[in-house]
Design a protein around this ligand. Structure first.
Ligand SMILES: [Fe+2]
Length: 233
């Protein structure tokens, strides 16, 4: 009786999972189809002005923000472990993970506002490729100072990446034609106002935290790290 029940449950679970996969496939197909507006009148597309190379850079930036989010998630999990037990640093990194996820959402929203991400398989699925998780460098850190140091390096890379999009899309060449100059001032202004300001302030905060932490550790050893952790709660 127990064996029959087991076989039944196994068959049911296989059926359910294959239905879900199929359901997922049909769902994606429907999404792809619903993006094609089938009307007797044609909708103009000349309002979509972001060039292909800038759209690609922005999609890559989504992946960088998601990678930063996952890295901070790993840091938060590390400092939450009972053997590490630094709840202040854990909270700080979990909050940072949420911020980076919000940044990814902002980039996606901007792309859709400009009329990009039109093709589900080519654009939407490509936003979150499997290699993002593989890009998280490590899952444990020797100390809070090492994690803050890595966070500062990560933010510096993100800042440089955003700066490069601004340079390429404000005065760069359109890679598709190689002749036309790209003048996407709205994108450059949005990136400068929304992101560069936050990046520079974030970097300064991490540098200050690291400096304070090092000084406290220098005079109080591990007690310094313990006290710093309490200030982050
Ligand atoms: Fe970010």
């Amino acid at each position: 009786m127990t064996l029959i029940k087991f076989v039944f449950l196994l068959a049911a679970s296989v059926f359910v999972s294959s239905t879900l996969v199929e359901g997922g496939y049909y769902y994606k197909t429907e999404l792809l189809n619903t993006c094609k507006v089938d009307l007797p009148i044609s909708v103009p597309t000349d309002w979509i002005t972001m060039v292909h190379s800038c759209s690609n850079l922005m999609m890559q930036q989504v992946q960088k923000e998601l990678n930063a989010s996952l890295t901070y998630l790993a840091m938060g999990a590390h400092f939450s472990r009972d053997c590490v037990n630094r709840p202040g640093f854990a909270k700080y990194f979990f909050d940072s993970a949420s911020e980076e996820r919000q940044h990814a959402i902002k980039f996606i929203s901007y792309l859709t506002m400009r009329g990009n991400l039109t093709d589900y398989h080519k654009h939407v699925l490509a936003l979150i490729p499997p290699h993002i998780m593989a890009g998280v460098p490590q899952m444990t850190w020797n100390s809070s100072a090492h994690a803050i140091q890595d966070a500062l390096k990560l933010e510096t890379l993100v800042t440089e990446s955003i700066r490069q999009i601004i340079i390429d899309c404000e005065q760069g060449k359109n890679q598709a034609t190689d002749t036309e100059t790209v003048n996407d001032y709205h994108l450059s202004d949005w990136l400068t106002g929304e992101f560069l300001d936050e990046q520079y302030k974030g970097q300064r905060k991490l540098a200050g935290m690291l400096s304070t932490l090092r000084k406290m550790e220098n005079s109080h050893g591990k007690l310094g790290e313990f006290l710093m952790d309490k200030t982050l709660l």
